[in-house]
Design a protein around this ligand. Structure first.
Ligand code: KIV
Ligand code: ZN
Length: 516
């Protein structure tokens, strides 16, 4: 029987540590559901001790994900482990992931602990985690720069204390394929009880070796790969999920393992992550980059026409990319739109299709051809509807320096309008929005890019805004970039308002309960 390699996705935790990739609760939940559809075995939602917002996000993801195991990270400290366990309470299949560093350099300079202290702490942490949560993963941080015999000792202690998974990370992206394979062989051979656990590999891409190292670790006995969509992560990133998964598919002769990832969901997950975080995918990125299946040279095109396998080692369809970018127009109709969305992997309710159709017609009026990427942006907008407390009705800008913005919003059946002056049209428009919605935020990041080529392209705007100390991501799309920017800002503000209102409701429920 084919052996399984588990896929542990850490897009929402290690991936989120990429500069610019921080995700608010709502974004994490949306991405978590996409990852669940992708078929990952474990989905690491975050590091709950880091902040109240992170705790809330992990808790919400834990409640929303029904299939994959949801993991939360904790240092080998009681307060971290208790917090992570509490955030995981709503999870159907929780995994508590606790770690401590094992390399001399980390033990001496960061932890200021002896080997014995690290062994004691690792054992205590796993034992406490196991008391609180049914499944525990233990990581020996900086394993690849640790003494292998000591690694085997820590591993044995963690197994004895109840760990189900042992992860040996290449925290700084320093190891090589031959070395990591031998490290796994050594630890597995020398740690008593290693046959009772799954060994996991977690690699950083500082030398561009993360995928090669992950696959070599599998050759050495690892049966779980930790990775992220689009390879995002701390510094140069983590192992790319799409690359390891497709390597195991395409070169099954070399890595004869099965994994649960539905490969056709790879491109939808990659696109969703890029749209939700605003982090663009490089055009030449394997599997998911825009050019990954584009054949430019005449010789290649000729070969492809004669027989696709001359220059194609996997089909675009196998990773969820449609061979031709279907172009829809005003006359494509509701049914054509719904069919294309289904082909792109979106499961939309009748009500969502109706909302999408309205937006599609408005866009097709401005822009003759609607591409798949345009559709993906529109679908994201519809899926974010639950946060739409205020809806944008009109943006009008006059003047330049200073600029004046008039904004009309709708909340239920109430129309609200205000004006503001600012340094340029975007600043003026954001100020007017703040005046209407009654919250004001600090703009941390603001990016605009085109969804598709051409002068009439849809402009995508991405913002990160801090309201009352909490960060929110917002995105918006329109053929008018000022309108796209306002939609993005309003999207972030709406999320904050939803959060505030839910907090107020919870507090009045608590007060009500106290009174009775
Ligand atoms: O890179 C690393 O060592 C980590 C651990 C916390 C697993 O991310
Ligand atoms: Zn890491």
């Amino acid at each position: 029987m084919t052996e399984n390699v588990h896929i542990f996705d850490t897009t929402l935790r290690d991936g989120e540590q990429s500069p610019g990739a921080s995700m608010d609760e709502a974004t994490k939940v949306q991405m978590a559901l996409q990852l669940d559809r992708l078929g990952v075995d474990v989905l690491e939602a975050g590091f709950p001790i880091a902040s109240q917002q992170e705790y809330d996000a992990v808790r919400r993801v834990a409640g929303a994900v029904k299939r994959a195991s949801v993991a939360a990270l904790a240092r080998a400290l009681d307060k971290d482990i208790e917090r992570a366990a509490s955030a995981l309470e709503p999870a159907v299949r929780p995994t508590l992931h606790t770690f401590i560093a094992t390399s001399e350099i980390h033990m001496e300079h960061k932890l200021r602990m002896s080997r014995q202290q690290v062994l004691d702490n690792a054992g205590k942490a796993v034992a406490l985690a196991k008391k609180l949560v049914s499944r525990v993963e233990f990581s020996a941080e900086d394993a690849t720069r640790s003494d292998w015999d000591f690694l085997a000792q820590v591993t044995a202690v963690a197994i004895e204390a109840g760990a189900d998974v042992i992860n040996l990370p290449d925290t700084v992206g320093f190891t090589t394929p031959d070395e990591i394979r031998e490290m796994f062989r050594h630890v597995i051979a020398n740690a008593p009880g290693s046959d009772r656990v799954i060994f996991s590999t977690h690699n950083h891409n500082d030398l561009g070796l993360a995928v090669a190292n992950a696959l070599a670790a599998v050759a050495g006995g690892a049966r779980q790969i930790e990775c992220t969509v689009n390879g995002i992560g701390e510094r140069a990133g983590n192992t790319s999920l799409e690359e390891v998964v497709m390597a195991m598919h395409v070169r099954h002769d070399t890595w004869p393992f099965a994994c649960g990832v539905i490969t056709e969901e790879i491109v939808p997950a990659s696109t969703a992550l890029s749209k939700l975080t605003g982090l663009a995918v490089p055009y030449n990125k394997p599997i998911v980059g825009r050019n990954a299946f584009a054949h430019e040279s005449g010789i290649h095109q000729h070969g492809m026409i004669a027989n696709r396998s001359t220059y194609e080692i996997m089909t675009p369809e196998s990773v969820g990319r449609k061979r031709s970018e279907l172009i829809l127009g005003k006359h494509s109709g509701r049914a054509g739109l719904a069919k294309r969305c289904a082909e792109l992997g979106y499961e939309l309710s009748e009500e969502e299709v109706t909302q999408l159709y309205e937006r599609f017609i408005a866009l097709a009026d401005k822009k003759k051809e609607v591409f798949d990427d345009d559709l993906r942006m529109l679908v994201l907008g519809v899926q974010q509807e639950s946060f739409e407390v205020f809806r944008l009705e009109q943006v009008h800008i006059s003047g330049h320096d200073p600029a004046m913005a008039l904004i009309k919003l709708r909340r239920g059946d109430q129309q609200l309008m205000d004006t503001a002056v600012g340094d340029g049209p975007v600043d003026a428009a954001f100020r007017a929005v703040e005046r209407i919605v009654g919250v004001s935020g600090r703009l941390e990041q603001f990016e605009i890019r085109a969804t598709t080529p051409g002068k009439e392209a849809l402009g995508e705007a991405y913002v990160i805004v801090t309201f009352d100390g909490r960060q929110y991501r917002g995105n918006g799309a329109s053929t008018d970039i000022i309108e796209a920017s306002v939609l993005a800002f309003l999207n972030a503000a709406n999320k904050h308002i939803v959060y505030n209102e839910s907090q107020q409701q919870a507090s009045s429920r608590r007060n009500g309960a106290g009174e009775s």
